[in-house]
Each structure stands twice: as structure tokens, then as C-alpha cells.
Design a binder for this molecule. Sequence first.
Ligand SMILES: NC(=O)c1ccc[n+]([C@@H]2O[C@H](COP(=O)([O-])OP(=O)(O)OC[C@H]3O[C@@H](n4cnc5c(N)ncnc54)[C@H](O)[C@@H]3O)[C@@H](O)[C@H]2O)c1
Ligand SMILES: CC(C)(O)[C@@H](O)C(=O)O
Ligand SMILES: [Mg+2]
Ligand SMILES: [Mg+2]
Length: 348
Amino acid sequence: MAKIDFGGVVEEVITAEEFTLEKARQVLKNEVVAVVGYGIQGRGQSLNMRDNGINVLVGEGPYAWDQAVADGFVPGETLFSPEEAAKRATIIQYLLSDAGQKEMWPVMKECLQPGNALYFSHGFSIVYKEQTGVIPPADIDVILVAPKGSGRTVRTNFLDGSGINSSYGVFQDATGKARERTLAVGIAIGSGYLFPTTFEQEVYSDLTGERGVLMGCLAGVMEAQYNVLRKNGHTPSEAFNETVEELTQSLIRLVAENGMDWMYANCSITAQRGALDWKDRFRDAVVPVFDSLYESVKTGKETQIVLDASKDPNYRDKLQKELEVIHNSEMWKAGAAVRDLRPERRKK
Ligand SMILES: NC(=O)c1ccc[n+]([C@@H]2O[C@H](COP(=O)([O-])OP(=O)(O)OC[C@H]3O[C@@H](n4cnc5c(N)ncnc54)[C@H](O)[C@@H]3O)[C@@H](O)[C@H]2O)c1
Ligand SMILES: CC(C)(O)[C@@H](O)C(=O)O
Ligand SMILES: [Mg+2]
Ligand SMILES: [Mg+2]
């Protein structure tokens, strides 16, 4: 455990230097890991574990079966139905969509054996058990490794050697080795480092973050600024460059490199003065929105919205149609044109 000072609060994290991949392989050498759900997260974790020499099976239905085959998982050898894969495994990674986990739980729970580990990458099913019905038997480990990023980048970051940070937690330790199993899988899926959490802390923070700064709030404030610039006569290219392209191609990279003050310090005095004057006004304007968001998460209202929306057999099509509205908006069509003008994309 490395003790790290996070802004004055010392927390203990697990680094790949101390919990090495070799140690992870040793811990998992007699385990069979079934990744049930070969979706965005399941695919990234499966491929990384297979590359790391872990004995991985995939359990998938028709939705992503062909993708699993294309990735080299062999029907009847390393690729099975979700139930069959779970029955053959000792660690079952339950990586169906969160609504899918609820839907499939009556079948999945019958596949579990005493001493198994039931692994999640989100606290959703366990924490909101009254709504999901996911209540594991007492004779298994229930563990969590939650990558803090898209499953697509779990894979691409693994391949470029950067990895992705993950939180980890143990909800139930029936075998006395739940924590070691958790950390071993956390390293095997390519986590750069692992920070401790609980299922509840993970799901409350994650549902808030993706509805807030990471996705919902991000898209909202971008649209707000773009629309105000357009309302005041700025062209689509100017409005998009000033709202998105400069952020992604320049400024956010400086934030990632060395923090917000570093990015500020590398902009003009004019920009720094203005940003410092307006930062708190924007912050204070959205605190009430974040407070109501967190309340909606904590009370299970967001969970119910997800579960209710997913009851519609056409929920994926409906979601796709909502994404198409964004895609086909003037703002993001302007964005596509701006992206095509990037040097690396300009048609030779
Ligand atoms: N998407 C991410 O990048 C990401 C990041 C961190 C954590 N997570 C968590 O990982 C888990 C998996 O998420 P995901 O985004 O990879 O899932 P997903 O939406 O990509 O679906 C994963 C698989 O679930 C199956 N599935 C979906 N709905 C189903 C249903 N109703 N019945 C049966 N099977 C169904 C499909 O076979 C699909 O391949 C979730 O708990 C999620 O919160 C996801
Ligand atoms: C990638 C995210 C947003 O961090 C994840 O939490 C998800 O639910 O997809
Ligand atoms: Mg997240
Ligand atoms: Mg999430």
C-alpha cells in the first residue's frame, strides 16, 4: 500500500509496482475468470486479461457474440453463453449493462458456486438492491474494480502502456481472499493504480460524475456557450473553435499535463484575469444543480430512470436516436468540419 497525500488527506493506494502483474498472475493461476457481457467494458477487460496471461472465458449473447469471435474467443472453448461461462468460472465478472444485470440475475445467481467471486465494475446492482433484486448468496466473494474511464480506453490505454486508474472494493469476503482476488484482477485488467472505495461511494460518485462534469454538464455548458456565440452573430466555425476544438486540442491537454493553474499560466494575462473573475460565478451557479443531482442519485431516482428506460425493448434504438440529434445538430456538424481540417485529417 502506498500512502499518498491527496491535497492534505493521506490515502492508501495500490500501485502496479507493489502489486506486480506477476503477483496478480500467481493469485489468479488457479482461477478461471468469466467475463459475462462483452460490451464496452467487458471487451476491454477481457482482451487485457488475455494479453496478461489470465485464463479468461467470455459469456455473451447475440449482441456482441460476433465481436468476441472476431477478437479470437472460440465458441465452445473460450466463448459461451453467459450462463455456461459463469458455470465454468471461479471469478464471474458481471459486466452486462446495469439494467441487463437486473434482468439476468434470476438466471445468473443459479450459476454461482460456493467460493466463487462475483465481480462488478459498478456498485449499481448491489447498492440499489431493492430496485435491482441483485442479492448475492452469503458463500461467495462480492468484489469491485471500477475503471475510471470508458472501456474503450481501458483497452487503448493498456496497449499504449498508460493504463487507467480504477477504484476497488470488497462488499463480501466469504473466502478470506476477496481483497487479494480484487487487486489481482484490478492489475490484470491494466489498472495504472487502484484506490480504495466502497460499492456505495463508487456508485454515488460515478452516477454523479457522468451526469455532471464528465458528460451531462460538459455537453450542456458547451451547447450554452456555442448558442450564445451564435445568437450574437459568430460563425459556426468560430463558435465551435472557441467552445470545443481549442479545449480538446490545446487547453485540456495542459490541464492533464500539470493542472489547471498550469493551463492558466500558459494563457494570456487577459485570459487569466477574466477566467479567475468568472470561475466562481459559474461554480456558484451550478452548485444547486449538482446538489439536486446528488440527491437524485442517492435516493435511487437516477437508478429507477435507467431501469425504467431499459425496460423498452427498443431502448438501444431510442438511445441511438437521441445521440443522432446531437450528431446532426449544427454545433456538432460544424465540429465534424472543424475536425476534418486538423492537419492529420486533411485529405492529402
Ligand atoms: N461503458 C463503460 O465504459 C463503463 C465504464 C466503467 C464501468 N462500467 C460498468 O461496466 C458494466 C458493463 O457496462 P457496459 O457499458 O460495458 O455495458 P454495455 O451496455 O456495453 O452492455 C454489455 C453487455 O451486456 C449485454 N446486455 C445488455 N443489455 C442486456 C439485457 N437487457 N439482457 C442481457 N444482456 C444484456 C450485451 O450482451 C452487452 O454486450 C456496467 O456495470 C457499467 O456501469 C462501464
Ligand atoms: C465511462 C464512465 C462514464 O466513467 C462510466 O462510468 C460509464 O458508466 O460508462
Ligand atoms: Mg465512470
Ligand atoms: Mg458509470
